[in-house]
Design a protein around this ligand. Structure first.
Ligand code: ADP
Ligand code: ZN
Length: 517
């Protein structure tokens, strides 16, 4: 194994987990590899064929990604080829059958439609593994669900005794379980690496969309351009891509664009110029994604709240692959949080709709967070960050003004509880602020003793407090049917149960922008 690593890849040592995974694959055990982007997952399926002399089959969602890999493997003297549905030339297929490739990349569609005789012939020639790259595409809970991925388990019957290896950089517990079940993996060896990207700085800023912010953003980007390194600006809509592109153009910053409505030629060209450093700024939708193997991206800016923590982690994770300090900024407007319907358009079932809403809610919590962002992100992936502060995110570095908010918290928790705990945030906040809207009067919430007690603060003030109480576990936000609801948690109940709020240590919380205005 070590000599293969040296001879073909020029590396002297395996990284954490690589060696174990490769050994398990050679022992024919199914493996699930969950590791951060840039940690070296591909080596896990690239080494076994070179050691065993049998073919490795790799399914991957993107043709461009596979073609890049094939090219770079060929350059290393490895026999690699790609097989897709659009291919009419049958030589690749017949060569593959007779075991002439060390690595065979195949699209999921092609893998499903190719005759089973192909698999039996290949099996005779020798297969050392069947890899499913970007395996989170299998899960409806993942951020990039693909229907064809869901059927890959059917190939298990054609390939008895071949270890299945699934790899992903994004997996919450739910997604992990989904991958294992969906691929019918048997007692898989699971390798989970740390998700901590120490060299990335995380920062978030709430903004108001409009010209003043656009000027600020352009200035920020031009600073980045001057300091060197490449920048990706991710937008939620094509309209935003065009707007930012135009604003950059006006001040003479050369940028590329990338989105779904561009033709494939134009997209490839844009991608190429960016990879080759002929363009230092790429303004794109999330369509600009998988397969950007550019190690020296220094900044990833999100303009608009992303649709999930998983996608944010992956998109922001495209910077600093080389380990050098890089920054991830997220700019969001309050209105972004009302976009659930926009994303739910993709949902076909109630379950999917709920998954989308919950993902968006988690992203919102990330935006509203006043504690360490890294700790929150890692926690989302089931990893415990050992300290309270990472020292490399805005919340850890910029100290915010704090004050005792015990009284207000007590009031808000009580109000949410009194309203029954099955509403979103708007209604209880309106009750506190003394609204006599029909819904409130009909439910007789205007008769509650606390009706109007919070009118000195704005609605956003209360919502920001609620988000802090959610992140500290006093409130929980979940989707019931298709509605977001906020209720008092057990910890919140305990807080309310203390005879007087003064019995509790004071709840000191930082002031958000909305609380200062
Ligand atoms: P991932 O698929 O997890 O995002 P890659 O497989 O693309 O990561 O690897 C990321 C980078 O790390 C590549 O440039 C790769 O050559 C390098 N790499 C992988 N394994 C090793 C190793 N054992 N020693 C040194 N560099 C490695
Ligand atoms: Zn931090």
């Amino acid at each position: 194994m070590e000599s293969v690593l040296k001879r073909y890849f020029g590396f002297t040592e395996f990284r954490l987990y690589q060696k174990e995974v490769i050994e398990k694959i050679i022992e024919k055990r199914d493996c699930l590899v969950v590791m951060a982007t840039g940690s070296g997952k591909s080596l896990c399926y690239q080494v076994p064929p070179l050691v065993t002399g049998k073919t490795a089959v790799v399914v991957s969602p993107l043709i461009s990604l596979m073609q890049d890999q094939v090219m770079s493997l060929k350059q290393r003297g490895i026999k690699a080829e790609f097989l897709g549905s659009a291919q009419t030339d049958s030589t690749v297929q017949s060569k593959a059958e007779t075991g002439q490739f060390q690595l065979l990349f195949i699209t999921p569609e092609k893998a499903m439609i190719i005759p089973t005789s192909f698999w039996s012939k290949l099996l005779n020639s020798g297969i050392c593994l069947f890899a499913v790259d970007e395996a989170h595409c299998i899960s409806e809970w993942g951020h990039d669900f693909r229907v064809e991925y869901k059927q890959l388990d059917k190939l298990r019957n054609c390939l008895p005794d071949v270890p299945f290896v699934s790899l992903t950089a994004t997996a919450t517990e739910k997604v992990r379980i989904d991958i294992i079940n969906s691929l019918k993996m048997k007692d898989p060896y699971i390798a989970i690496g740390s998700f901590d990207r120490k060299n990335l700085y995380y920062g978030v800023k709430q903004i108001n969309r409009g010209q003043p912010f656009m000027d600020e953003l352009v200035q920020e980007i031009s600073k980045f351009v001057v300091s060197g390194g490449s920048t990706i600006v991710y937008c939620t809509t094509i309209k935003d891509v065009e707007q930012i592109f135009k604003a950059l153009q006006e001040v003479g910053i050369k940028a590329g664009t990338y989105h779904g409505q561009m033709g494939s030629k134009a997209r490839e060209e844009s991608h190429r110029l960016f990879i080759r450093d002929e363009l230092r700024v790429m303004v794109a939708t999330v369509a600009f994604g998988m397969g950007i193997d550019k190690p020296d991206i220094r900044h990833v800016i999100h303009y608009g709240c992303p649709k999930s923590i998983e996608s944010y982690y992956q998109e922001s994770g495209r910077c600093g692959r080389d380990g050098i300090a890089s920054v991830c900024w997220l700019y969001y407007a309050r209105g972004d949080f009302a976009k659930a319907d926009f994303y739910c358009g993709e949902a076909q079932t109630e379950e999917q709709r709920r998954a989308i809403m919950e993902s968006l809610m988690a992203a919102q919590r990330y935006c509203s967070l006043t504690t360490c962002r890294r700790k929150f992100l890692l926690n989302h992936f089931g990893e415990i960050f050992p300290a309270d502060k990472c020292g490399n995110c805005d919340n850890c570095l910029v100290s915010k003004r704090e004050r005792d908010m015990s009284r207000e918290s007590f009031l808000l928790l009580t109000c949410i509880k009194s309203c029954g705990g099955h509403w979103g945030l708007n209604l209880p906040v309106d009750v506190l602020r003394g609204s006599r809207a029909k819904k409130i009067v009909d439910a007789q919430f205007d008769m509650l003793p606390l009706h109007g007690l919070g009118k000195d603060y704005s609605s956003n003030w209360w919502k920001d407090l609620a988000y802090q109480l959610i992140s500290h576990g006093y409130l929980v936000e979940i989707v019931k049917d298709v509605y977001r609801t906020v209720s008092v948690s057990q910890k919140g109940e305990q807080y309310l149960c203390s005879a007087r709020p003064d019995d509790q240590p004071p709840l000191v919380l930082p002031l958000t922008d909305a609380m200062i205005d």
